[in-house]
Ligand binder design. Structure first.
Ligand code: PLP
Ligand code: TYF
Length: 410
């Protein structure tokens, strides 16, 4: 029956992990997958998560199904975290929300909802940045949307192509959908400044574009959950009725628990109730209802002031360790080794109001150089030269810098 089926290509990110696992060298380093590692290079379970799990164990909860849209305590806290306690649509009870299978599931439910209900039939076109997270195109295409790109990254400056971005959004058909990375853009590590966000908001308004935010790294970019929510909250303040995908994979380290939320700002509580009912109709035939445990963990952290404060500190700690690795790598390449090329983009990019310190970074290395790094130095990253900064630590950063130096000089 399936003999006609050709083999599909491997996942570009998970394929790096495969190659890393097959390498027997003791020196090997995996900077491929965007998952946090502690100072010893090990996966990190946050102490606040462990504390929440102890509380949950003590409660001896049952394992009944959640409702279709998930755990209400969780979704209530999730929107509060994203939109802010002072958010007007939140206070007015006009944000529709569902728990989701992490950030990917939020994007997929959102994509499916828009494909079914977006009123402008010939505008079911979503513009995503070039480049974007590798899964955006398949998620939205499989949701039934047409996917197009807008310019985002300037290779020459390893920075934002803001002129290109504005030109492309202005040229998009009116009422098209635009996907925006709320903070810590993946894979470039380059974010608009607050001033640039304001200009983007103006264009979105002018062209009546529909803004869909993907927030997979709230708190992880700057160390502050409210600072990282700047773009989302600013757009909402400007009156945009946004869509939002949230993930708790990175900022709570809940990767495999699959905790996320999809929300939509609506016009009033009655509209919100109608939208909620239609979100249920989208979700029900996909997976019926979401998993329980991770949502309980996140809800416990977000609703308990002491654990919440501890969690914010732990998020900050992860962000700070990443900043220190950026500074060390920059110093090693520019000062210690004198590696040819400009490496400023490796360092924290100090914006006008905030410090942007994404967990991932484009190195600017070429495909040949990244290939040589894997083959000669046992250092693994994605083919586009993206590294996960959290894969670096005090034990391996010196070797990594020397290996990059050699790859650039050869
Ligand atoms: N969106 C972006 C930009 C991402 O980088 C990721 C994961 O790395 C996701 C969404 C979704 O991740 P998850 O489904 O694990 O929450
Ligand atoms: O960009 C990354 O590294 C993350 C990690 O199916 C990831 O997207 C990779 C593959 C996947 C889910 C998450």
């Amino acid at each position: 029956t399936w003999s006609h089926i050709p083999a599909g290509p491997p996942d570009p990110i998970l394929g790096v992990t495969e190659a890393f696992k097959a390498d027997t060298s003791a020196k090997k380093i995996n900077l491929g997958v965007g998952a946090y590692r502690d100072e010893n290079g090990k996966p990190y379970v946050l102490p606040s998560v462990q504390k929440a799990e102890q509380i949950l164990t003590g409660k001896k909860l049952d394992k009944e199904y959640l409702p279709i849209t998930g755990l209400a305590e969780f979704t209530r806290e999730a929107v509060k975290l994203a939109y802010g306690v002072d958010s007007v649509p939140l206070k007015e009870n006009r944000i529709a929300v569902t728990q989701s299978i992490s950030g990917t599931g939020a994007l997929r439910v959102g994509g499916a909802f828009i494909a079914r209900h977006y009123p402008h039939e010939n505008r079911k076109i979503i513009y995503i940045p070039k480049p974007s997270w590798g899964n955006h195109t398949p998620v939205f295409r499989d949701s039934g949307l047409e996917v197009r790109g807008y310019r985002y990254f300037n290779k020459a400056t390893v920075g934002l192509d803001f002129a290109g971005l504005k030109e492309d959004l202005r040229a998009a058909p009116e009422r098209s959908i635009v996907l925006l990375h709320a903070c810590a853009h993946n894979p470039t590590g380059v974010d608009p400044t607050p001033e640039q966000w304001k200009e983007i908001s103006d264009i979105v308004q002018e062209k009546q574009l529909f803004p869909f935010f993907d927030m997979a790294y709230q708190g992880f970019a700057s160390g502050s959950t409210s600072r990282d929510a700047f773009a989302v909250r600013y757009f909402v303040e400007q009156g945009h009725q946004i869509a939002l995908a949230q993930s708790f994979a990175k900022n709570m380290g809940l990767y495999g628990e699959r905790v996320g939320a999809f929300s939509l700002v609506t016009a009033d509580p009655a509209e919100r109730a109608r939208v909620d009912s239609q979100i249920k109709i989208v979700v029900r035939p996909m997976y019926s209802n979401p998993p329980l445990h991770g949502a309980h963990i996140a809800a416990t952290i977000l609703s308990n002031p002491d654990i919440y404060a501890q969690w914010e500190q732990e998020v900050k700690g992860m962000a700070e360790r990443i900043i220190s690795m950026r500074d060390k790598l920059y110093n090693a390449l520019t000062h210690d080794l004198g590696t040819p090329g400009k490496w400023d983009h490796i360092k924290s990019q100090i914006g006008m109001f905030r410090q942007v310190v994404p967990a991932i970074s484009f190195t600017g290395l070429t495909a040949d150089q990244t290939k040589a790094l894997a083959e000669k130095a046992h250092v693994y990253m994605t083919a586009d030269g993206r590294i996960s900064m959290a894969g670096l630590n005090n034990s391996n950063i010196g070797y990594f810098a020397e290996s990059v130096h050699k790859a650039v000089k050869d």
